[in-house]
Ligand binder design. Structure first.
Ligand SMILES: [Zn+2]
Length: 80
């Protein structure tokens, strides 16, 4: 379901990727929007959800971070 831009409730949070700054605009479908995709809409979301932002990783950044972690572990001699 696409996130609302009006009448957001207290529990509504907007997920922001702390790495690439994409925002999750659809919680069910895991749809992320970047500023480059649509700056106007992006800014609108940020404005509406100001104070209700939660930070994490979008799926590609999560995979990248996990891979980097795996390499780091191998480098210092830990098994996977
Ligand atoms: Zn990301």
């Amino acid at each position: 379901m696409e996130k609302k831009l009006e009448n957001i409730g207290e529990k509504d949070l907007l997920a922001v990727c702390s790495n690439c700054r994409k925002i999750r605009v659809d919680d069910d479908e895991d749809v992320y929007l970047s500023k480059e995709d649509n700056q106007e809409l992006y800014d609108k979301y940020i404005k509406v959800y100001e104070g209700n932002l939660t930070y994490g990783y979008c799926p590609p950044c999560f995979r990248k971070a996990r891979e980097e972690m795996r390499i780091k572990r191998l480098t210092i001699g830990l098994s996977q």
